[in-house]
Design a protein around this ligand. Sequence first.
Ligand SMILES: [Zn+2]
Length: 63
Amino acid sequence: MAKKPPTSQCPRCGKTVSWDDRFPERPFCSERCKLIDLGGWLTETHRIPGSDEDGDGVAERDD
Ligand SMILES: [Zn+2]
């Protein structure tokens, strides 16, 4: 029985990525997707999880 590596989806494009030597940039399918994703972080396309859940109530009104 052949052992199959686990797979996941590229966070950028959804392509199936095998967790083996064919995809050194995993979980991304390619260096390009990895760089796009990192670039997204740098340009704040992504938000840091929890950063808007501090609950300091600035936008909340209490009437
Ligand atoms: Zn990709």
